[in-house]
Design a protein around this ligand. Structure first.
Ligand SMILES: Nc1nc2c(c(=O)[nH]1)N[C@H]1C(S)=C(S)[C@@H](COP(=O)(O)OP(=O)(O)OC[C@H]3O[C@@H](n4cnc5c(=O)[nH]c(N)nc54)[C@H](O)[C@@H]3O)O[C@H]1N2
Ligand SMILES: Nc1nc2c(c(=O)[nH]1)N[C@H]1C(S)=C(S)[C@@H](COP(=O)(O)OP(=O)(O)OC[C@H]3O[C@@H](n4cnc5c(=O)[nH]c(N)nc54)[C@H](O)[C@@H]3O)O[C@H]1N2
Ligand code: SF4
Ligand SMILES: [Mo]
Length: 703
């Protein structure tokens, strides 16, 4: 028997869930080999949302799971900070070192000098959110999570009052699927599964709105190309046409919305001509888009994160979400607007997060402003001591956080102690004082919820961790013991935490979930379509949001709230191009990477090749730039060197740099987030990753 045949014989299938920061949260089937390794990963066919399809990068997860560069042992820095030299030590020695530094920071400056810093490298509730139990028990500095969803969630909730919408599987029953500001071909492949089903089975049309002709736009029947940050103008013009052409559902507007008369009057001047001058989309395309929306009432608006990652992003999201309220699309199966289903999961996270010991007086620090915070800028740090100790899990701020120049300078501070718990030697791990080896989702138990669908899924431990890897939960509990934090959650196993949380949340038991593999949490049709009213006291969809009171999980206002529009409108809060910075840059997600994850796997690296920036051929010609030339992009925050890719699938004046490569992949170590800003998006913060004014020039020949 040859080796391939032997492995095939040995294969068992393990059920799991994709842990990555992706709205699809796919139900997985993992090939388990007799030797303890994994083979291919497949999408579960019997999960009605995953429907057997997953992305290529997770299908070949074996590359990441068994990567020779996995961190396998605890490491202590030797030599200079950031020098990248470490020695392997025992877990006890490493954890003692961390605890000593945390206790020391607390003794000198108070508990707020310690900042537990995490994100969604794993979306497992136990492994991602357990760090908050330690934070609350110790009154360490709070974490105002802003890097991803704040702008889009608040824009959506501004109208509906709730982050939830029609069953995502209904896309397959639509006559028109509008994919707006998301690139599912790259970022959440299952949207395409259901949208293309509608096209095949019912002759549905797919319309897409984006700033470049990406894979999703290429598959659309109508591709609506806009300039970054101008979507609200497009949305207003579409609604103008709907009123003008008698396609508004006046009965629906009267029953279900707050100010239809004011909206109609306001839109009088928001003509396609007006919008075209702002968003760059030809008038005929805007008219064609409005016609599709007007004629096909079963229209499903799948609204993504991307178009909200601008300083006016919440207003853009809100404006797009207003369209189905004008047509009454919400009434129909396969109609309405959907962004994420966060609100349908009624979790009790007391035990996981230690919410019972949360002290609301503890200072909150903005995740996206980590650079300014570490540099001690007062407006970022707030009242209270400097941050002198960081515990980092599931995130890689030295690649992904905006305003990188500050982030790097902050991490280089001599009096800052950094512990990074990681699977790989990321850029952040490299500048740490202590690195702890982490398990992957296949090596620990956790429970997941789908943002882009409606399932709770179990991801049980399927293989043994390599080397001395330990899970986030184990690290948090071991540290809690050493720094004197007490909470019943520290004494529980992940499985006990999952069982407790499921039961207290009304989702049954762990045994039950393990048997079923997932729970379909879809609310009833009337509720999902807001047919009993929207989530406001008067039950009406809000064309006129009260921005400061839009419901959000962490109500910490930041950014210029008073500048958001009263009715859906384009507001030029963005970094408008000017004479010095004639280009607008977005940093859209690359297909082969997931944020900074997978930028270590061979297939993804081969696929993405090298950092480049898309530029329109006419812009390139004007600057003497040819395809493949080295170019420099710059703005007030810094300069980045990369290669030009000529492509006419963008408006002139628009640049797209698919991301996120490590800084070290760029010739002078300055990555794309050198150019992005950390100033908060109103009303609840967030980083405007796709909203940058820059200049471009051809790089002089290398000496
Ligand atoms: N392959 C891959 N998959 C991913 C990720 C990844 O990095 N790579 N990231 C994961 C994470 S953390 C998240 S939050 C989701 C995000 O998923 P998406 O919502 O798909 O991603 P975004 O960054 O939000 O960008 C989506 C699209 O918005 C476009 N865009 C940018 N600015 C504008 C604008 O002003 N108007 C319009 N109409 N479009 C605009 C971008 O060009 C891009 O094509 O994806 C997840 N999945
Ligand atoms: N230029 C630009 N920058 C961006 C974006 C963009 O579109 N453009 N998108 C932004 C968005 S939407 C997001 S969400 C952020 C995401 O930024 P990050 O949160 O940094 O993203 P990831 O790369 O998903 O995850 C980070 C790390 O988590 C680790 N990890 C995974 N599972 C575990 C675990 O169980 N335990 C431990 N200890 N570690 C684990 C992985 O090895 C990985 O290194 O990036 C943002 N940055
Ligand atoms: S599409 Fe998203 S959730 Fe599904 S396997 Fe890929 S990364 Fe995971
Ligand atoms: Mo994200």
């Amino acid at each position: 028997m040859n080796q391939t045949a032997r492995i095939r014989e040995a294969v068992r299938i393990g059920a799991s869930a994709c842990p990555h920061d992706c709205p699809s949260t796919c139900a997985l089937e993992v090939e388990l080999n007799a030797d303890g390794t994994i083979g291919r990963i497949h999408g579960a066919k019997d999960n009605s949302y995953t429907a057997g399809v997953i992305c290529a990068k997770v299908a070949r997860y074996a590359e990441r799971e068994h990567h020779p560069d996995r961190v396998m042992r605890p490491l202590l820095r030797v030599g200079a900070k950031g020098g990248g030299k470490f020695e392997a030590v025992s877990w006890d020695k490493a954890l003692d070192a961390v605890a000593e530094k945390f206790l020391d920071a607390e003794a000198r400056h108070g508990a707020e000098a310690v900042w537990p810093y995490y994100y969604a490298g794993t979306m497992g509730l136990v492994m991602r959110d357990g760090i908050n139990r330690l934070r609350h028990a110790k009154k360490y500095s709070g974490f105002h999570s802003t890097i991803c969803v704040n702008a889009s969630y608040t824009g959506f909730a501004a109208g509906t009052g709730r982050i939830a919408g029609p069953d995502p599987r209904e896309m397959a029953k639509s006559d028109l699927v509008v994919i707006w500001g998301t690139n599912p071909v790259n970022t959440q492949v299952n949207v395409m599964t259901h949208a293309t089903r509608a096209r095949k089975e019912r002759g549905a049309k797919i319309a897409a709105v984006d700033v470049y002709m990406n894979g999703t736009m290429a598959q659309a029947d109508l591709a609506v190309l806009v300039k970054p940050g101008t979507d609200a103008a497009l949305a207003c013009a579409v609604m103008h046409c709907l009123f003008r052409d008698g396609k508004a559902d006046r009965d629906y507007l009267e029953k279900f919305t707050d100010a239809p008369g004011e909206l109609e009057a306001h839109l009088q001047s928001r003509t396609p001509q007006w919008a075209s001058a702002i968003c760059g989309t030809p008038v005929e395309t805007i008219e064609a888009f409005a016609r599709l929306v007007g004629e096909r009432k079963r229209a499903y608006f799948r609204l993504g994160y991307g178009f909200a990652r601008s300083r006016n992003g919440p207003a853009s999201m809100h404006a797009a979400s207003c369209i189905p309220a004008v047509t009454g699309a919400w009434r129909h199966e396969g109609g309405g607007a959907f962004h994420n289903n966060a609100a349908i999961y009624h979790w009790n996270k007391t035990m996981i997060e230690g919410q019972d010991v949360l002290d609301p007086k503890v200072r909150m620090l903005d995740q996206s402003r980590i650079g300014a915070i570490l540099l001690g800028e007062r407006d970022a740090l707030g009242e209270g001591p400097p941050v002198t100790a960081l515990l980092i899990q599931n995130t890689n701020p030295l690649s992904v956080a905006p305003d990188q120049t500050k982030v790097k300078a902050g991490f280089a501070r001599d009096d800052l102690f950094v512990c990074v718990h990681e699977q790989f030697m990321t850029e952040t791990a490299r500048v740490a004082d202590v690195v702890l080896p982490a398990t992957t989702f296949l090596e620990h138990d956790d429970v997941y919820q789908g943002g882009g669908h409606q399932h709770i899924l179990l991801g049980p431990k399927l293989v043994e961790p390599p080397g001395e890897c330990h899970s986030n939960h184990e690290v948090i509990c071991a540290l809690a013991r050493r720094v004197g934090a007490s909470h019943p959650g520290f004494g529980m196993t992940p499985r006990q935490l999952i069982d407790w949380t499921l039961q207290k949340s009304g989702w049954g038991t762990l045994d039950n979930l393990e048997r079923q593999k997932w729970i379909d949490c879809q609310p009833p049709f009337e509720e999902a379509h807001y047919l009993n009213g929207f989530n406001w006291p008067d039950k009406k969809f809000r064309f006129k949001p009260d921005w400061p009171t839009v419901p959000f999980r962490s109500p910490y206002h930041c950014g210029p709230v008073d500048k958001l529009p009263v009715l859906p409108d384009y507001v030029p809060l963005i970094e408008v191009a000017d004479a010095e910075h004639p280009f607008r840059l977005t940093t859209s997600p690359a297909r082969g990477f997931l944020n900074s994850t997978f930028n270590e796997t061979p297939t993804s690296l081969t696929q993405e090749k090298r950092p480049n920036v898309i530029i329109h051929p006419e812009d390139a010609a004007a600057l003497g730039i040819r395809d493949g030339d080295r170019v420099v992009l710059g703005n007030s925050r810094g300069e980045v060197r990369l290669h030009a890719r000529l492509f006419d699938g963008v408006h002139r004046g628009v640049l797209v740099a698919e991301s996120i490569w490590p800084n070290s992949a760029y010739e002078d170590g300055r990555g794309i987030n050198t150019l992005t800003g950390a100033d908060p998006i109103a009303p609840y913060g967030g980083a405007a990753f796709h909203d940058n004014k820059v200049w471009v020039r051809k790089e002089k020949a290398r000496a």
